[in-house]
Unconditional design. Sequence first.
Length: 126
Amino acid sequence: MKGVERQFFDYIARGAPFGPDDGTVAPWVVVASLPFAPEIVIPTLRHFAKLNLGMTAPYGFKPSFNQTFAVEDGRWWVTPYHFGIDQGPVVLMTENYRSGLIWDIMRRCPAVIAGLRRAGFTGGWL
């Protein structure tokens, strides 16, 4: 792009600030963030819906896309695949946003509470 050599990655872990960032976005990660920042997630999902990423398709959004990586005919890259593992966090966090069920169950789970305390967490609902 404009004479700057860029590197694109395949299916690998990504993330700021330490992981590689080649511009690839995973819509399912945005959906799974719904209970944490609905004021950001909901408008972002509306934007994704306009990008024709399969939101209403049988398997939902494509797992990832990259608008900075041009493929044929000037289009940008969208993965041709779906991964079932992406759907678990989407379902759980959508329900958590809707009803708080997941967090309520977690708060009542002795093993989760013990693990968090052993890891040094204190305060809040603990």
